[in-house]
Design a protein around this ligand. Structure first.
Ligand SMILES: NC(=O)c1ccc[n+]([C@@H]2O[C@H](COP(=O)([O-])OP(=O)(O)OC[C@H]3O[C@@H](n4cnc5c(N)ncnc54)[C@H](OP(=O)(O)O)[C@@H]3O)[C@@H](O)[C@H]2O)c1
Length: 344
């Protein structure tokens, strides 16, 4: 399998390390995986016979820039590689832009138009154009894996597509943002103010220096829209979601909730109201009897209500760049096993 990797940041590097460490399992799954091209924002690497993985690992381990590699060319054109690289699979881990979807959207569109399979962690293109991209993949007889976009290791999309097959989903409810959940949990367990908990999360590298997307509820809303559109074949956008974040909650409210047997969680929810789907992201008081009650710390979970399979909650999955890379590998292996993600 000839693979191009677009984006060589935290997840891109973790992906290379992972496929090196997991080469025996990958081979056992009948995949002979070669990285033939890697791009970052300044150019790329290309080797028709496959870039030696040990050389890439050395570059990553020594924190050397890929620009110093003999295979790197700042003038290398992605279009050239898409046209002439004989690629079977592209892994897209470019930065998420929820307004334009770029640069990932253009790359994914070109790759699917050429009949090249794509797995992506970039949420922007999937949030904005999933149905169009799915149609393009169908038209060109290739596959599109999006499992990494909705919680990385948490198998939210796969559970909905594969394990709920044949059932109608009547409600989806999820704790989908580990950073917000960590902050709330710190306020609850260590009696911190919102600001103290946020600062702690930033010091530990759990929250970004600009935490707006996480604490404002936009990351949860993005994942919710992607899950909803993928599983209910719909076309919702962020504008269809009523979004509120966690920054207004006080430690007194959280402590009062705790003393009365409730925990606050930032919940993304899709439910039917008078025959129409309503999508919301808001803080909810979760009772002890709800399976989301035990989703603590950076943990995530998604709960499906269905007509015939009952209620199913999937919880956990590690956070971080290696689990995110592992969710990309999971999609690649499942594609090789014959799962056609776009036909479900
Ligand atoms: N981090 C996680 O745990 C996680 C989990 C699930 C999903 N994701 C998603 O995975 C994606 C990657 O995350 P990350 O943490 O690896 O981000 P990152 O560290 O910022 O890396 C992004 C990479 O994309 C490259 N890039 C930017 N513009 C490009 C362009 N026009 N053409 C080609 N490459 C370009 C960057 O190049 P330079 O190196 O030149 O800047 C960089 O190598 C994001 O969309 C994120 O939302 C991340």
């Amino acid at each position: 399998m000839r693979v191009a990797l677009i984006g060589f940041g935290n997840v891109g590097k973790a992906f290379i390390r992972l496929i090196y460490d997991k080469r025996a399992i990958i081979e056992k799954n009948g995949i002979s995986l070669e990285i033939i091209s890697i791009f970052n924002s300044r150019g790329g690497m290309y080797c028709h016979k496959g870039i030696p993985l040990n050389e890439l690992i050395d570059t990553i381990e020594s924190n050397d820039a890929i620009e110093n590699s003999a295979f790197y060319n700042s003038l290398l054109d992605i279009d050239y590689v898409i046209e002439n690289g004989n690629i079977d699979m592209a892994v897209i881990v470019t930065p998420t832009n929820i307004i334009t979807g770029e640069p990932g959207l253009t790359y994914i569109t070109k790759l699917l138009s050429k009949g090249i399979n794509v797995v992506t962690g970039d949420k922007g293109p999937i949030l904005l154009k999933y149905n169009e991209l799915k149609s393009l993949a169908k038209k060109n007889n290739c596959n599109l894996g999006i499992g990494c976009t909705t919680g990385g290791a948490l198998p939210s999309i796969n559970t909905g597509l594969i394990d709920l097959a044949g059932a109608n989903i009547t409600e989806i409810k999820g704790v989908l943002n580990g950073t917000s959940n960590y902050i709330i949990n710190e306020m609850e367990e260590n009696n911190l103010t919102f600001q103290e908990a946020l600062t702690k999360a930033q010091v530990l590298g759990i929250a970004e220096s600009n935490p707006t997307l996480d604490i404002g509820g936009y990351d949860t809303a993005t994942k919710l829209v992607i899950i909803f559109n993928a599983l209910l074949t719909n076309n919702k956008t962020l504008k269809d979601v009523s979004i509120s974040g966690i920054s207004k909650i006080t430690k007194e409210e959280i402590q009062f909730g705790k003393s009365t047997g409730y925990k606050y969680k930032l919940v993304g929810k899709c439910k039917q109201v008078c025959g129409d789907w309503e999508l919301t992201v808001a803080l909810e008081k979760i009772s002890f009897y709800d399976s989301l009650y035990n989703v603590d710390g950076k943990n995530k979970a998604v709960q499906f209500k269905t007509d015939t399979l009952g209620d199913i909650t999937v919880m956990g999955g590690a956070s971080g760049t290696t689990p995110a890379a592992a969710s990309l590998l999971r999609d690649i292996i499942n594609m090789k096993k014959g799962i056609n993600f776009i036909d479900y």
